[in-house]
Design a protein around this ligand. Structure first.
Ligand code: GRG
Length: 296
């Protein structure tokens, strides 16, 4: 089987496992008060590539084949990611009406419910970590790293810097701060939690954190490029918004051609890091290829 087809099949299989874990954990959509449960599930199950849970599982699989041990943790990352999308789309922030090919959460349910749906996804994600059968010592490590990286010194700090620097002339340092915190830390978190559940030595954790950095940088640079060159139909979200709202992006700061070269360089470095794991790294190498040529 061609490697692209093999990758898509594998991504689909892992997505199904993660969807089942999230569905099992969350309240049913007809449970009282059903509006909140429906709103949470709307964006969560609207589609989405599920790259973050896949990265979590395939990082874990470098060390262990017991995928069931990490599936719920992979699901918690997707809950957190979906919370950021719902809040980011709100009229007060990015004001978007299309996400994952469907109307955004606030368009269907109103901003009040979208705000609460995002809050609930984040809080219930932490609860989902504590509800796993993993050892308490592993759960404590997971909660510590997840809450730190998603807080003011991580995702939210990155989002803040993104907002306050709209309309500003970008510097490469500021752009790196925004990309690192807003996007890259969540990808690094995927590799870290995969390592924590697999109980790997520090050397591996550091190596895969670096891999998560290169992968995440490439992902965000390509996202910036797709906002210029991509198709809204394929991406399932609006395009051209970065230029309209004068966002600090890689193409705005470094130019489009340099951005494409930088994305390739980060993926090359990511592949180089993964080569340490030989044949076991093949799915992560396929993921790297997928990200570099993605149109969605
Ligand atoms: C508190 C408002 C608030 C937000 C939380 C990080 C963050 C903080 C918000 C940023 C959300 C955002 C749009 C980040 C950019 C990362 C990105 C390109 C997300 C889209 O990821 P994909 O393409 O989406 O993997 P799917 O739908 O496939 O999961």
């Amino acid at each position: 089987m061609k490697s692209r087809m093999m990758f898509k099949k594998d991504l689909k299989e892992k997505n199904e496992l993660v969807n089942i874990a999230m569905d099992r954990f969350l309240p049913r959509k007809d449970e009282y008060p059903k509006q909140i449960h429906k709103a949470m599930r709307h964006t969560l199950f609207a589609g989405g590539k599920r790259i973050r849970p896949y990265l979590t599982i395939r990082t874990f699989n470098l060390f262990s084949d017991e995928t069931a041990k990490v599936t719920e943790i992979a699901g918690t990352i997707e809950l957190i990611h979906t919370y950021t999308l719902i809040h980011d789309d709100l009229p007060e922030i990015d004001n978007d009406d299309l996400r994952r090919g469907k109307p955004t959460c606030h368009v269907l349910y109103g901003s009040d419910l979208a705000l609460l749906a995002g809050d609930a996804l984040l809080v219930n994600a932490i609860e989902m970590i504590t509800a796993t059968n993993l050892e308490d010592s592993i759960i404590v490590k997971l909660v510590k790293v997840v809450t730190h990286d998603c807080g003011a010194k991580g995702l939210i700090g990155g989002q803040m810097a993104d907002i306050i620097n709209e309309d500003q002339t970008g510097t490469p340092e500021l752009l790196d701060f925004i990309h690192l915190n807003k996007t890259v830390k969540l990808f690094q978190l995927c590799t870290k939690v995969g390592c924590i559940v697999a109980e790997v030595p520090q050397d591996d954790l550091k190596r895969l954190e670096k891999y998560g950095y290169c992968f995440g940088m490439a992902f965000q640079i390509i996202d910036d490029i797709l906002d210029i060159e991509g198709s809204s139909d394929k991406l399932g979200k609006s395009i051209g918004k970065d230029e309209k709202s004068k966002k600090m992006t890689y193409p705005a700061v470094h130019g489009l051609d340099n951005s494409k070269l930088a994305a390739q360089r980060f993926i090359d470095e990511a592949n180089d890091i993964i080569s340490h794991y030989g044949e076991k790294g093949k799915y992560l190498r396929m993921l790297n290829d997928f990200i570099l040529s993605r149109e969605l």
